[in-house]
Ligand binder design. Structure first.
Ligand SMILES: [Zn+2]
Ligand SMILES: [Zn+2]
Length: 311
């Protein structure tokens, strides 16, 4: 039985939404039923409906910074959770100005939501454990990105307990039984009179890691955090022809994103935050540029999904 994580691009555009590309938002779901939203651009609710996701299903909303294209969908989302009688708390992780924005909007619109918002301030480097069960763990880490204002990137990390190897169990001549739970939780158990350690009958599984940069220029902290990630969803606002403009505005070109992905050894690169300047086939130039540097590159579109799995 394998585990999987799926990322859905809800908004692949930059600061101005177009018919083709909505403002930035990425949904991440996993095999254990967690639902995470990274950034909440305008129109995020409609994109969620198209992807078959309900606002009530969200466990966590993480916002990279307080530029309008990344936060303007959030008040509407909270409003819908309230209308749908949400009761369970929602975790919100974001730089302090975003958290202030949310509570100020709720106050200004006199919205008395019936659920708690557990706000976690993301500044510099930090992490928050969202879930832990039977040796599996889901953590979200944040780190500074290189933008024009206080802004963070998010690294989602599923640390997985070692998986039992049926072949090894067979070779040892032991049959699966009630002791399995003890073995998984404590790391060892007594089986048919002998002490068995988890390492003897299991295989280690690499963590699943997804890094979402939000808005950023080429950035050392992101290069470091992206080492070996399964999925790097990186700012790719312009093609390399507009590099100067990109750097002035705290953004990256598709070539910058590809260089980071290659140097970090990211498995798959997703080019996101595509400027409204590029419509239709024009955006394919980004893909051509990036693939020359990093073959496994996808140009994000609204509704695109990427799945990462482990045995
Ligand atoms: Zn942006
Ligand atoms: Zn921005």
């Amino acid at each position: 039985m394998g585990v999987w994580v799926k990322a859905t691009v809800l908004g692949s555009g930059g600061s101005v939404p177009t018919r083709e590309r909505r403002a930035p938002a990425i949904a991440v779901t996993d095999w254990a039923g967690h639902n995470i939203l990274l950034d909440a651009g305008e129109g995020v609710q409609v994109s969620m409906q198209r992807a078959g996701m309900s606002p009530s299903s969200l466990d966590l909303v993480a916002v990279t910074h307080n530029h309008g294209d990344h936060v303007n969908g959030l008040p509407g989302l909270l409003q819908s959770m309230y209308v749908n009688d949400r009761e369970r708390p929602l975790t919100l992780i974001a730089p302090p100005p975003v958290i202030d924005f949310v509570f100020e909007v709720l106050e200004a619109t006199e919205t008395r939501i019936g659920f708690r918002i557990d706000a976690v301030k993301a500044k510099g480097w930090g992490h928050h454990t969202l879930w832990r069960r039977g040796g599996d763990e889901l953590r979200i880490k944040w780190l500074p990105s290189c933008h024009t204002r206080e802004s963070v990137a998010f690294l989602l990390e599923w640390r997985l307990r070692p998986r039992l190897d049926p072949g090894r169990l067979e070779r040892l001549g032991v049959k699966p039984g009630a002791w399995l739970r003890e073995l998984i939780e404590k790391g060892e158990a007594t089986v048919e009179g002998r002490r068995l350690r988890l390492e003897e009958v299991s295989i280690n599984v690499d963590p699943i890691r997804i890094l979402y940069t939000g808005d950023t220029g080429p950035c050392t902290s992101i290069l470091q955090a992206a080492a070996g990630v399964d999925l790097l969803i990186h700012d790719s606002t312009y093609t390399s022809a507009r590099r100067r403009e990109a750097l002035e505005r705290g953004h990256s070109t598709s070539l910058d994103a590809a260089m980071i992905a290659r140097r970090a050894g990211a498995r798959v690169l997703v080019l996101a935050h595509i400027s409204a300047r590029y419509s239709g086939w024009e955006a394919l130039e980004m893909l051509r540029e990036a693939r020359r540097i990093h073959g496994a590159t996808i140009l994000a579109w609204d509704g695109a999904t990427v799945e990462v799995s482990r045995p």
